[in-house]
Design a protein around this ligand. Structure first.
Ligand code: GDP
Ligand code: MG
Length: 162
């Protein structure tokens, strides 16, 4: 079954989105000692299609390595272990240079990519989404993981691309 990875900087809302998409479905905690750090998988069904969603939340490289190292680790995992990557950004913190890097890297390996912008809770944030087109992607999906707006659009795009 296809694996979809959610990656992004800390606090963009990856876990909130993961929880919303998987709701009460039992998450499978896959703890492979040594090989990799923990990650969380859950089976998601949308319009009759199933895929595994992977949250890289469990990945915590040594705190001293910092945020960049942690995000790099996620990117590596996503590239190696998923069929499709969802890069989640945060409209409230704006576009971050590191996100441009991530897009370049994922393009380089020709991994299918969807860019979603979280925390678009209302019209005020809606106006700020345009900035993310600087990533050079055809489509940016605005959503609010907390309120649920846009989440169905994301699921539509995911199953389209699988
Ligand atoms: P992660 O580090 O990427 O996994 O981010 P979390 O899911 O832990 O969320 C980080 C913070 O952002 C938490 O305080 C969430 O409640 C908040 N958050 C997540 N989604 C949304 C959203 O759609 N709107 C707003 N306003 N806050 C959100
Ligand atoms: Mg998290």
């Amino acid at each position: 079954m296809a694996i979809v990875a959610i990656i992004g900087r800390p606090n963009v809302g990856k876990s909130t989105l993961f929880n919303r998409l998987t709701q009460s479905r039992r998450a499978i905690v896959d703890d492979l000692p040594g090989v990799t750090r923990d990650r969380l998988y859950a089976d998601v069904e949308w319009q009759g299609r199933h895929f595994f969603l992977m949250d890289t939340a469990g990945i915590m490289s040594d705190a001293r390595d910092g945020v960049e190292a942690e995000v790099q680790e996620q990117v590596k995992l996503a590239i190696n272990e998923s069929d499709l990557v969802v890069l989640l950004c945060d409209v409230r913190s704006g576009l971050h240079p590191e996100e441009k890097e991530i897009v370049r890297e994922i393009r380089r390996v020709e991994k299918p990519l969807i860019v979603a912008v979280n925390k678009v809770d209302g019209p005020r944030q809606e106006e700020l989404v345009g900035e993310f087109y600087e990533l050079g992607v055809e489509e940016v999906i605005p959503l609010s993981a907390i309120h649920g707006h846009g989440v169905e659009d994301l699921l539509d795009r995911i199953v389209d691309k699988l």
